[in-house]
Design a protein around this ligand. Structure first.
Ligand code: UT7
Length: 325
């Protein structure tokens, strides 16, 4: 009998401090940076984001999301033999945020590692967990996307600092004799390293280079729209499905205009697209599991439905996962 992996639980967590566009506009104005609610809403669809308090780390947000995912799967941390954390804002240079999270969960001995694929991190992590479960290398996995992008934002750069937020989402994936994950498709093209990056690094006890996020928004936008369509089509092809089989599209939550354009290209109505960018901003690797969990908990997404998850971001990286919930 073929061994599949299935999602058996979802969870998410947002830090308490919520900033509406009006709050952020006022804060930036006091630093001499001019922006407006109208610009942010019209260009991105973002209305609010959450920022973590000082002293809180990605593993802390991931821990709360993981506890909720485990509770919804009816599992305890001891049942998990694989933890993968997708993050570009790890707690430390090393060890991995996954090891730190494992310790906070009180679950010892299973495999734990981070995946660094920026905003595509969660679909990369899911694809790895799926492969490990299918081959028998793992049986029950916790896959987490956790980010504190507020720490790497340049609040003097209005073209980027209004876009991102903090948060975490998590899923439990388990071996099963029924699908589950149907197909996935991952890609990267390193020639685009410079269009979205945090170029600084640690050397000899100092940070060398700029440790804040840089983005050529228009270049990212143009690439994103094309690759989100091609990754969705490739994934459908691998699974022997068509656009008509998709009940819900859960794209990376970066910009409502990118989501609208992707939906148009895939001939999907926006009624089939889960949108949380308005409330969360862009939470990078956390955006897809945050959107998934909020739609599962609100009752929009139901068991048995077919979901297309899609990530795109720095690297340049992109990918998609098609699954039956
Ligand atoms: O998570 C990884 C994936 N990331 C993404 O998918 C992001 C992709 N890119 C985008 O979402 C969009 O390109 C942005 C939202 C970043 C920018 O939207 P845009 O429509 O491409 O705007 P733009 O960069 O062409 O800027 C238009 C104007 C400029 O003024 P001029 O040159 O026309 O006078 C900017 O200076 O808007 C100005 N502008 C702002 N104005 C008010 C840029 N940022 C702001 C701001 N407030 N915050």
């Amino acid at each position: 009998m073929k061994r599949y992996s299935r999602i058996t639980g979802t969870g998410s967590f947002l830090p308490a401090r919520r900033l509406t566009n009006a709050d952020l506009v006022a804060e930036l104005a006091s630093q001499g940076i001019e922006t407006s609610d109208e610009w942010i809403v019209e260009r991105t669809g973002i209305r609010a984001r959450h920022f973590a308090a000082d002293g809180v780390f990605s593993s802390d947000l991931g821990l709360e999301a993981a506890k909720r995912a485990l509770a919804s799967a009816g599992r305890s941390a001891q049942d998990i033999d694989l933890i993968i954390v997708a993050t570009s804002t790890p707690d430390m240079v090393f060890p991995s945020t996954a090891c730190i999270l494992q310790n906070k969960l009180g679950a010892h001995g299973g495999a734990a590692f981070d995946v660094q694929a920026v905003c595509s991190g969660f679909v990369y992590a899911m694809t790895i967990a799926d492969a490990m479960i299918q081959t028998g290398a793992a049986t029950r996995a916790l896959v987490v996307g956790a980010e504190i992008f507020s720490r790497i934002l340049d609040f003097k750069d209005r073209t980027t600092c209004v876009l991102f937020g903090d948060g975490a989402g998590a899923i439990v994936m388990e071996a099963s004799d029924r699908p589950g994950i149907l197909a996935s498709d991952l890609h990267a093209d390193g020639k685009y390293v410079d269009i979205l990056c945090v170029p600084g690094h640690v050397s000899g006890g100092s940070v060398l280079g700029d440790p804040l996020l840089k983005m050529d928004g228009q270049a990212v936008f143009k690439l994103a729209v094309g690759v989100l369509e091609s990754a969705a089509r490739a994934t459908l092809y691998k699974a022997g499905k068509t656009e008509a089989d998709i009940d819900w599209l859960i794209p990376h939550q970066a910009n409502i205009r990118i989501m609208q354009s992707t939906a148009r290209r895939l001939k999907l109505s926006m009624d089939k697209v889960i949108v949380t960018v308005d409330q969360h901003g862009n939470t990078s690797a956390a955006s897809i599991p945050l959107a998934l969990d909020s739609a599962v908990r609100s009752g929009q997404i139901k068991e048995g439905q077919t979901l297309m998850l899609e990530g795109v971001g720095g690297g340049f990286t992109w990918g998609a996962v098609l699954l039956i919930l």
